[in-house]
Design a protein around this ligand. Structure first.
Ligand SMILES: NC(=O)c1ccc[n+]([C@@H]2O[C@H](COP(=O)([O-])OP(=O)(O)OC[C@H]3O[C@@H](n4cnc5c(N)ncnc54)[C@H](O)[C@@H]3O)[C@@H](O)[C@H]2O)c1
Ligand SMILES: N[C@@H](CCO)C(=O)O
Ligand code: NA
Length: 430
């Protein structure tokens, strides 16, 4: 089995290292020698974390994937192009492909799945979601006989590190981000992580596999964590919750009675007793709910060169075995063909903090605003007095549209100075 690796950065260098160090063991597990055929890089003379044997480095990725003797291609370049063209060329040329590229799979997965099916080759991407954590294979294989109704995930380590810092130290977002950058958890340009783009791509992949349908990154409702304040984190603590950036994928029945999928990424308060609340620092976890199995949780390192390479090598061994057996694994399963429900139809609960004038009738005006839009209040309390008066409301379940209308209404009330915090409450919090 001849393997070509495209990209020799954080993940690629660890894939190459493991391929070289464990070649005997891999050969035994696959049932045939596994040999590194070439490594495509951008610059030959760049510093790398692994020493690539003489003659294996090339800057011509295109020629490498088209080589007749290459059986397996590992794409760890990232981004849309040239990754997509290289994967398509590899499949057309008869190679099977492993990728860690969540952005590409979430944006244009079906093109790759179709190409793999046409070429009768495998396309695997376990590393694309939650790094080392086995979650795509469990959804695709282990839970293939069950009906998954919900997937809740902490799938971005950078934002989990920042929110955990804010929770444990009382720091604000900017301060926690700076610390994450100093420690190497956050990139110099943290946009993809803190604005939720990375998590949204992973949510799209999880929803597609969990519900046997096609969900792309652009279908996922997305809010990042840049607006989360120390006050939000403290409010969460007051009601026994912690703030996490969640990827939520749910099977829902819309107002017309038709089944649909809801996929969203946003910060949310979850009870400290929820298993996901115990996911600290940069760790990831994915929590699934299915009809027969009930609740399952998959936990571990969601990023890092070596952990991600572990997932890549797992896929590599599987598809190498398939090749030897002249077969392929299960391809895309999208038979359910569900619509993606608009965010307004998503049912959530809200925690709302409102700065108000401390005078007669304010409480009832605020309560009326919720009632007028059909949002039932579970809990309402006043904190502080006079100029510091604040009302804190936790609602029962309502649609996102109803809650948004309520917020607009509140902001128009004369006695409301400011709605200071609005956050969804998930995970069965009381
Ligand atoms: N780093 C992680 O923890 C992690 C976790 C899960 C998934 N991933 C995914 O793995 C992939 C790689 O991530 P990474 O962290 O290793 O990135 P990286 O930036 O460290 O490495 C990418 C490498 O590809 C090289 N490259 C770019 N264009 C190339 C081309 N045309 N030909 C050859 N090489 C080229 C770059 O020079 C770079 O060395 C991405 O899709 C990423 O989303 C990374
Ligand atoms: N940047 C991602 C890792 C790769 O998906 C994270 O912070 O989890
Ligand atoms: Na994974």
């Amino acid at each position: 089995m001849k393997v070509a690796v495209l990209g020799c950065g954080s993940v690629g260098s660890q894939v190459v290292r493991l391929l070289l160090e464990q070649s005997d063991e891999l050969a035994a597990r696959v049932g045939a020698p596994v040999e590194l055929a070439g490594v495509a890089v951008r610059r030959l003379e760049a510093a790398r974390e692994v020493e690539v044997p003489e003659g294996l480095l090339t800057t011509d990725a295109d020629a490498l994937v088209r080589r007749d003797d290459v059986d397996l291609v590992v794409e760890v370049i990232g981004g849309i192009e040239p990754a997509r063209s290289l994967i398509l060329a590899a499949l057309e040329g008869g190679a099977s492909v492993v990728s860690a590229n969540k952005a590409l799979v979430a944006e244009d997965g079906p093109t790759l799945f179709d190409a793999a099916q046409k070429a009768e080759r495998d396309f695997y991407y376990e590393a694309a979601v939650a790094g080392a954590i086995p979650i795509l294979r469990p959804l695709r294989e282990s839970l293939a006989g069950d009906n998954v109704s919900r997937v809740l995930g902490i799938v971005n380590g950078t934002t989990n590190f920042i929110l955990d810092k804010m929770d444990t130290s009382g720091a604000g977002f900017e301060e926690a981000l700076e610390e994450a950058q100093e420690l190497g958890y956050a990139e110099a340009d943290p946009t993809a992580d803190v604005e939720g783009f990375d998590a949204a791509a992973k949510a799209a992949i999880l929803a597609s596999l969990a519900f046997h349908t096609r969900v792309s990154a652009s279908d996922v409702y997305r809010e990042g964590i840049t607006e989360v304040t120390a006050g939000d984190v403290a409010s969460a603590r007051d009601i026994g919750c912690v703030v996490k950036l969640l990827a939520l994928c749910e099977l829902r029945t819309g107002p017309d009675g038709e089944r649909g999928v809801s996929a969203r990424v946003h910060p949310a308060m979850i009870p400290r007793s929820h298993p996901l609340a115990s996911v600290r620092e940069a760790y990831n976890a994915v929590f699934t709910e299915s009809e027969a199995a009930g609740q399952l949780m998959f936990y571990g390192p969601g990023a890092g060169g070596a952990p991600t390479a572990s997932a890549v090598l797992g896929d590599l061994v599987t598809i190498a075995r398939n090749r030897l057996a002249h077969t392929t694994g299960a391809g895309e399963s999208a038979h359910a063909d569900l619509t993606v429900l608009p965010m307004g139809e998503t049912v959530t609960r809200y925690h709302v903090a409102i700065d108000v004038d401390d005078k007669v009738g304010v409480l009832s005006q605020v309560a009326m605003a919720f009632a007028e839009h059909g949002v039932s209040i579970q809990n309402l309390r006043q904190e502080g007095r006079g100029d510091d008066a604040q009302l804190v409301v936790v609602s029962h379940e309502a649609t996102d549209a109803q809650l948004r209308e309520t917020m607009q209404h509140l902001e128009q009330l004369e006695s409301v100075r400011e709605v200071t915090s609005v956050m969804r409450v998930e995970g069965g919090a009381e």
